[in-house]
Design a binder for this molecule. Structure first.
Ligand code: SF4
Length: 679
């Protein structure tokens, strides 16, 4: 079914078994205790699952290049030896693996940072020191030594990270390179650094070693590279000795979403396609390629020679294997949420995956066949119940899953309706297929009672009954203008032109997105998405954005998004995606108001007092709205618990019925899976 994706790629001195590249991801294991052992298990599982070529998370070539203080580096033979366990495990699994050499330059979150010029990044509190000639020479030498040490550790190659706004990228563009010596000024001078690095690394490692150069195709910042410059660099990189060119889209400081779930699948691939024919070495394309059919189409269209998928390999280690065995419907699809991967990385936690909590936890979370099969009832087919039921059944337990609704999914059925969150359909498909595959007895439209469960002969009962929305205590809350978020989203109750949303947590944001959008979601239409974020895919504009004015569609409604807390609205949204949600609503003129006290609701509207942060006194206002949507948190549903426990049945609470404070699919799936692994 996927002839292009599964076709081997001959690199002359070596052969890749298919066209998938598992892109570089920092996991946090690089610096953790026993981390290398765990990394070996993590990568070996992906190699067994068929990844064509794996690239590790970034390893610094020296102390100053580390993304943060004490980040993993490879500067000595001792450090190189620690990697052997990884390369051996991957080779044993018939895989191939390259080590990424990552120098953060001005993005390094440490006081020792260096850069071409002393210009601070907007996303870093530290200001870099400008390198002198000897300093630059040292950096190049460190790359070369690092590559040689990676070769010594048994890697099949290295990837030199030249995109995403890191050190090398900072030399290439005038935005961050204000030098006037031979390393700055003209474009020839600014690309001297990457070319020297590639040339000298190739000289040192010899011909039979994969050298991937990751090249920034679209910087998505002001004063980024022009397309002619990108093409020129690619040609020179090939001449300097690279084996493969991988592509990068957008600097970390760019204000355009590039990998979030609201980015259409394969949205940036046509940019890579423009480089085809300009160089003769294989080109890898990337960003939001999450399923084999997306990858196959890109390759069949001739847009690239390989596809890079990073997060999809967190979500499912066996992605390629499943495609090859015509089991793509069993793939646990990466939904682009970033919640357990990048959000973790940027808050110093170990990487994992919302839909697959085993990711980066392969050695401690295992789903082994049980020697003691039990009859288990699961009440509630939301994320927690689904995770539990599928894992427990996979382990050999006899699982019956009850839900009062007519379909599985619980809160996922709400999430999938939000523009930009369509990927949740895939998670539901995955669970549906897994329930079937592992023989879970699914009883929908069944509101099960404690008596039913007691009489059912179950050894254990799992309560995953979820939550019910909380009704805040506001005078007039039963006014006809007031509806709940489920009324607005699932029941499609009429919503007026002017709306107040009470509560600005994740659900308040989702509801606001839902009601301000009209027409097709931009996540399903690349042209629409690019227009909205002001990106020029025809690459006529410098950096892909310079001089392009975003065109945001007219909002469908006038919306106030309100919260009690005086802090910034949306402060607790995902670390790497919160800004996207805030910007999207701001662009649609949603008024986000913190510090709100709700006084009453009547025919006039919603009466509030607004007290800005630090102010002693608030201002009374009446928001003359037609509809008020309540998103003020939820309460756990655990009605069955006491009755079952008093009958002596072992009961476990998971998901929202355990902790309902903020709906959290990541916690729900993790908790359900872990409990199922233990029982
Ligand atoms: Fe994909 Fe979300 Fe998993 Fe990250 S946490 S790999 S974005 S599904």
């Amino acid at each position: 079914r996927y002839p292009n994706l599964l076709e081997p790629l001959d690199l002359g001195f070596t052969r890749l078994r298919n066209r998938t590249l598992m892109g570089s991801m920092h996991t946090g294991l690089e610096e953790a205790k026993n981390g290398f052992q765990r990394l070996a298990a993590f990568y070996a599982e992906r190699a067994r699952g068929g990844a064509g070529l794996i690239v590790t998370g970034g390893i610094a070539p020296n102390v100053e290049g580390g993304v943060f203080q004490h980040a993993a580096k490879m500067t000595t033979e001792e450090e190189s030896d620690r990697h052997r366990i990884i390369t051996e495990a991957v080779h044993e699994a018939d895989g191939k693996i390259c080590m990424q050499i990552l120098h953060a330059g001005r993005y390094a979150y440490s006081p020792e940072l260096v850069a071409p010029s002393a210009i601070q990044a907007p996303i870093n509190p530290f200001k870099p020191k400008e390198l002198d000639e000897a300093g630059i020479e040292k950096q190049i030498q460190d790359y070369v030594d690092c590559a040689a040490l990676a070769q010594r550790a048994g890697y099949d190659g290295v990837e030199i990270m030249g995109s995403e706004g890191y050190f090398i990228n900072q030399f290439i563009v005038s935005h961050t390179n204000h030098r006037t010596d031979r390393w700055g000024g003209s474009y020839e001078n600014r690309i001297r650094l990457p070319l020297e690095i590639v040339r000298r690394v190739r000289e040192r490692v010899g011909e039979n070693f994969i050298l991937i150069y990751r090249l920034s195709m679209l910087d998505l910042i002001e004063d980024g590279s022009t397309w002619d410059e990108v093409v020129h660099l690619a040609k020179e990189i090939e001449k300097a000795g690279a084996t493969i060119i991988n592509t990068g889209i957008g600097w970390h400081e760019a204000r355009v979403p590039t990998i979030a779930t609201s980015v259409p699948r394969g949205a940036f691939t046509k940019v890579t396609a423009r480089l085809k024919g300009e160089v003769s070495i294989p080109l890898v394309t990337t960003n939001r390629i999450n399923m084999p059919d997306v990858a196959e189409k890109i390759l069949a269209d001739g847009d690239a020679d390989m596809v890079s998928m990073a997060r999809p390999f967190l979500a499912d280690a066996d992605l390629v294997l499943k495609a090859a065995e015509d089991r793509a419907d069993e793939i646990n699809t990466c939904i682009g949420c970033n919640q357990a991967c990048l959000d973790h990385t940027f808050s110093g936690k170990l990487t994992s995956c919302l839909v697959n909590p085993r990711a980066c936890h392969e050695t401690e979370l295992t789903y082994v066949k049980t020697a003691n099969p039990k009859a288990i009832a699961v009440v509630g087919a939301g994320p927690a119940g689904l995770a539990f039921a599928t894992v427990a059944a996979e382990r050999g337990h006899k699982v019956t899953l009850f839900d009062a609704g007519s379909e599985i999914g619980g809160q996922f059925n709400v999430a999938k309706l939000i523009p930009g969150k369509e990927e949740f359909y895939e998670t539901l498909r995955y669970f549906r297929v897994m329930l079937d595959k592992h023989g879970v007895d699914v009883r929908l439209n069944t509101r099960v009672s404690a008596d039913d469960l007691k009489a059912g002969g179950f050894d254990e009962v799992i309560l995953a009954t979820g939550v019910k929305p909380r009704t805040p205590d506001i005078e007039g809350i039963d006014h006809p203008k007031v509806i709940g978020y489920l009324d607005a989203l699932l029941e499609r109750k009429p919503v007026g032109r002017k709306v107040a949303v009470i509560g600005a947590g994740g659900i308040g944001f989702d509801v606001s997105e839902f009601i301000v959008h009209k027409g097709e979601s931009a996540a399903l239409d690349t042209g629409h998405f690019m227009r909205e974020w002001g990106v020029d895919l025809s690459v006529e504009h410098r950096g892909g954005i310079q001089g392009v004015t975003p065109e945001v569609p007219e909002p469908a409604r006038e919306v106030y998004l309100l919260q009690r807390k005086a802090s910034k609205v949306g402060k607790n949204l995902g670390k790497t995606t919160g800004w996207i949600h805030r910007t999207s609503l701001k662009n649609r003129q949603v008024q986000m108001v913190p510090g709100v006290t709700y006084r009453k609701i009547d025919d006039e509207g919603l009466h509030v007092t607004i007290t800005p942060k630090g102010a002693e006194q608030g201002e009374d206002r009446v928001l003359a709205v037609d509809t008020i949507i309540v998103c003020a948190g939820q309460e756990p549903l655990r009605e069955l618990q006491a009755d079952l426990e008093s009958a002596g049945l072992p009961v476990h609470l998971i998901g929202g019925s355990d902790v309902a404070a903020e709906l959290d699919a990541k916690r729900a799936i993790n908790q359900g899976s872990r409990l199922a692994a233990e029982l």
